[in-house]
Design a binder for this molecule. Structure first.
Ligand SMILES: [Zn+2]
Length: 211
């Protein structure tokens, strides 16, 4: 005969303080965030199975004024070489990059891919405009909070590919042939400043895109 245990189960909740590997400061980690930035020393870490793996995190300076203090949102910055083997498409991006009417060849492309959650339409317009204009010449360290990571490295690579194709052919029926390859050299994080313009609307402080 077994006796039923009627005592309250003893849930042992433990809060694990995450500390910076470089300077020992406490780190801000929001629920679901798998990347964290140390505001004290500027180190970035990817959290992989509880381990802190260093990742480069920098910030873009605001170039437009807005109301209030900017809020920084994380982007993936993917440094790549794109090789076009064959192309018969409508987009101007590679025409501009390679400087001929129907170019093939290789070129360096830095993709800016939102790492925070936003709608597909907003993701597309932000990624296309920032990737085409490449407006952040000198990313730097800021003593500011950076949270809200929704997409990891593998998502970022797939999204970069999606953006590459979308820049080549705004309308999918315009694309006849597009044979390409992307070599990923590095994946870093870039904080881009946004101003809050209403309850759920934001405007970035570099290109002025509203999302
Ligand atoms: Zn630190």
């Amino acid at each position: 005969m077994t006796q039923e245990n009627t005592s309250t189960p003893n849930f042992d909740f433990k809060l694990i303080a995450v500390k910076c590997k470089n300077c020992d400061s406490g780190l801000v980690v929001e629920v679901n965030d798998n990347i964290t930035y140390c505001m004290s020393c500027g180190s970035g870490f990817e959290i992989v199975d509880g381990e802190l793996i260093p990742i480069e995190i920098n910030f873009a300076a605001a170039t437009m004024r807005g109301n209030g203090e900017p809020i920084y949102k994380p982007f993936w910055l993917l440094k790549t070489t794109v090789t076009i083997h064959e192309r018969n498409a409508s987009g101007n991006f590679f025409k501009n990059l390679f400087g001929s009417n129907n170019p093939t060849g290789s070129g360096s492309v830095i993709f800016y891919i939102p790492a925070f959650y936003c709608s597909l339409d907003n993701m597309k317009v932000l990624a296309q405009e920032f990737t085409m204009k490449n407006p952040v010449a000198s990313p730097q360290k800021f003593n500011t909070k950076l949270v809200g990571f929704a997409y990891g490295k593998e998502d970022a690579k797939k999204l970069a590919e999606f953006i590459l194709i979308s820049m080549e052919a705004e309308k999918s029926d315009m694309m006849k042939t597009f044979n390409y390859n992307i070599d990923f050299h590095s994946l870093e994080i870039l904080g881009i400043p946004f101003y809050k313009i209403s309850e759920n609307r934001y405007k970035d402080a570099i290109l002025g895109i509203e999302i």
